[in-house]
Ligand binder design. Structure first.
Ligand SMILES: Cc1ncc(COP(=O)(O)O)c(C=O)c1O
Length: 361
């Protein structure tokens, strides 16, 4: 394993080494089947055990009651942007959206394309999406209020979820799901593409409550109805078996190796604090997210100029620190420090940043 780098990719992103080794060990002969998990039928007991265990672990970790269903879908988080208004906004029903960046903007656009009468209740576009809006007033008649819990590109995160006055929240949690525990009771649904905090690309986890499933109309395509997948334990058609299996192992890792979400959150806080301290104590690096809105998952920062940023990213890679280039739409630098990123990798990054500053600052 000497060849592995410190991986700060934004997604697909680092997976726990423990999980990768477990996959490797059982790859050619899964559970004595004489086949790999990518070869067994999704209708077999082997895969049934995998998906059922993943659902159970997800429910346990998030403390979900029986009114919530855990689904494993394809189409990524982006497909949920279109399915959410399609499934829940029939007959003129309205919803609120908070716009905190690229991904919320895309979610809003998908509702608008369908002509749904949604409202943008708040936006942080006035300051280049560098903060999370506070004291938003929500429409009491809204079927849901949609937020992006963590903004992967801009490096902002909802520290606490908003008080909507009883309007159920729907959250895109693609880049911070399972990074901390939260009160799931406020949510009608939340979802996450697995490829950041939870597994490989190819599966999107959707957690949806009974009352939201009951809203799904019959006159939309079968494959675009949440109820289709809820009724069939995510196996209406062939699910992305390998991705679901990897998610199952990541959930097991969080439960059994890390010790649950409180412990996970503690480490995540420690990692983020270390990195932000390095940034704040330097006169060289500058964080781009407003204090109070900073993400624990995606730490975005700038150097004094773009050419230094280029050199920083290149030299970091020479030092086996990968994935530090900011998103192409915003530039700068970004360290994504999701659940699997070890504290030691963040420490190594901080040491490199200090050395780079001494040399170039
Ligand atoms: C917050 C957020 N939402 C949605 C997406 C898009 O996810 P997907 O590629 O699974 O559609 C991403 C990242 O790629 C993201 O960071």
């Amino acid at each position: 394993m000497t060849n592995r780098i410190c991986n700060f990719n934004a997604g697909p992103a680092a997976l726990p080494l423990h999980v990768l080794e477990e996959i490797q060990d059982s790859f050619l002969d899964f559970q004595g089947s004489g086949m790999s998990i990518t070869e067994v039928s999704h209708r077999s007991k082997w895969f049934d055990d995998v998906i059922n265990d993943a659902v159970l672990r997800m429910k346990r970790l998030l403390n979900l009651d029986d009114s919530y269903h855990v689904l494993f879908l394809q189409g990524g988080a982006s497909q949920q942007f279109c399915m959410i208004p399609m499934n829940f906004l029939s007959g003129g029903a309205t919803a609120d959206y908070v716009n905190t960046g690229t991904w919320s903007t895309k979610a809003i656009k998908e509702a608008e394309i369908q002509g749904k009468p949604i409202r943008v209740a708040a936006s942080s576009e006035d300051k280049n999406f560098s903060y999370i809006p506070k004291d938003v007033s929500y429409n009491p008649d809204a079927v849901y209020a949609h937020i992006t819990s963590n903004n992967t590109i801009k490096g902002t995160q909802w520290g606490e979820f908003p008080d909507t006055g009883g309007v159920p929240l729907i959250a895109d949690m693609s880049s911070d799901i399972l990074s901390r525990s939260f009160d799931t009771g406020k949510f009608g649904m939340f979802y996450a593409g697995a490829q950041k905090n939870m597994g490989p690309a190819g599966v999107c986890v959707v957690v949806i409550r009974d009352d939201f499933l009951e809203m799904v109309p019959d006159d939309i395509p079968t494959m675009l109805r949440y109820s289709t997948f809820a009724a069939k334990n995510s196996m209406f058609n062939t699910p992305p078996c390998f991705a679901v299996y990897t998610v199952q192992l990541v959930l097991k890792w969080i439960e059994e190796t890390i010790g649950g979400l409180e412990k996970m959150a503690e480490t995540n806080q420690e990692k983020a604090a270390l990195l932000y301290k390095t940034i704040d104590e330097s006169g060289f690096y500058k964080g781009t997210a407003a204090l109070g809105s900073r993400s624990m998952m995606n730490v975005t920062f700038r150097l004094p100029d773009e050419s230094l940023e280029k050199t920083f990213v290149a030299e970091a890679l020479e030092n086996r620190l990968g994935g530090l280039k900011g998103h192409r739409s915003v530039g700068g630098c970004r360290a994504s420090i999701y659940n699997p990123t070890p504290l030691a990798a963040v420490q190594t990054l901080c040491d490199f940043m200090k050395a780079f500053e001494r040399k170039k600052g």
